[in-house]
Design a protein around this ligand. Structure first.
Ligand code: PRP
Length: 215
C-alpha cells in the first residue's frame, strides 16, 4: 500500500496547542517531543501517525491553512472571524471558551443605544466593523490596537472597545463593564479546502475520533 503523506497541523502557540495535544493524546496520537517545556523547536512529528505539528502565532494559523502549508489548523474563533480566510471550519473543540463583547464605562451604554458616532478601539477591527456596520447599523470610527485594549476608554482614546472577555477580571479591575455581546468564542479546527478533498478519509476519521472524546 502506498505510504500516507504527512498531514500537517498548524497550532496556535501556547495554551491552545497544549490543549490540542492533550486531546490528540486521548485519541491515540501523542507527541512526546512537544511535552518538553524547555524546547524551542517549532515542528514536531508523530512518525507512526504520519502527522506533523507546528506552532505558529494564532493570527497566522488561518494563513498557513489557506495557502495549504498546513492541512489543518487549530485556532480561536476570534481569529477565524477576524482573518476571514478561505478555509473550512469543521469542529468546535470546546476549550478556550470566552466571549467577544463591546465594553466600556457604564455611561457609554447610552452612546450605543442612540447609535452615536463614537470611537471603538479593538485588536479585532474586522469583527468590530462587521458588528457595528452590519448588525447594529451604527457608523463608528474603528481604531486598531495590539493589546491592553482596556486602556483605550480609560485614557480617552475611544468611548468603547470590542474585546475578548473570559473571566471578566480585567474589566472589573479597570472599572469597565460588558455593554453588549458580540458572539461566543472557542477553539476551532479549520481545514484547507483542497486537503479536505484530497485527504477526505483521513480527515473525516480524525474529526469522528475527536467528536467521540469531545461529546
Ligand atoms: C485578553 C483580552 C482581555 C483579557 C480578558 O487579553 O484582550 O484583555 O484577556 O480576560 P479576562 O476576562 O479573564 O480578564 P490578553 O491577556 O490576551 O492580552 P492583551 O491585552 O495583550 O491582548
Amino acid at each position: 500500500m502506498e505510504q500516507d503523506r504527512y498531514l500537517t497541523f498548524a497550532l496556535g502557540k501556547g495554551r491552545l496547542a497544549r490543549k490540542t495535544m492533550e486531546l490528540f493524546e486521548k485519541i491515540g496520537i501523542p507527541c512526546k517531543e512537544m511535552q518538553d517545556k524547555e524546547t524551542r523547536k517549532l515542528i514536531f512529528v508523530n512518525e507512526e501517525a504520519h502527522m506533523r505539528f507546528f506552532l505558529a502565532k494564532g493570527p497566522d494559523v488561518p494563513t498557513y491553512v489557506e495557502y495549504g502549508a498546513a492541512d489543518i489548523g487549530v485556532v480561536g474563533e476570534d481569529t477565524v472571524l477576524e482573518e476571514n480566510r478561505k478555509i473550512f471550519e469543521v469542529l468546535d473543540l470546546g476549550f478556550g471558551r470566552c466571549r467577544m463583547c463591546v465594553c466600556g464605562p457604564k455611561e457609554a451604554a447610552g452612546l450605543l443605544q442612540r447609535r452615536e458616532l463614537i470611537r471603538v478601539a479593538s485588536k479585532y477591527p474586522h469583527i468590530a466593523k462587521d458588528y457595528f456596520y452590519n448588525k447594529k447599523h451604527q457608523t463608528v470610527e474603528i481604531i486598531k490596537l495590539n493589546g491592553s485594549i482596556e486602556l483605550a476608554p480609560i485614557v480617552g482614546l475611544s468611548e468603547v472597545i470590542v474585546d475578548i472577555v473570559e473571566t471578566g477580571s480585567t474589566l472589573r479591575e479597570n472599572g469597565l463593564d460588558v455593554l453588549e455581546d458580540v458572539c461566543p468564542l472557542s477553539a476551532r479546527m479549520v481545514v484547507n479546502p483542497v486537503s479536505m478533498k484530497m485527504e477526505h478519509e483521513r480527515i473525516t476519521k480524525l474529526i469522528a475520533a475527536l467528536k467521540e472524546v469531545l461529546f
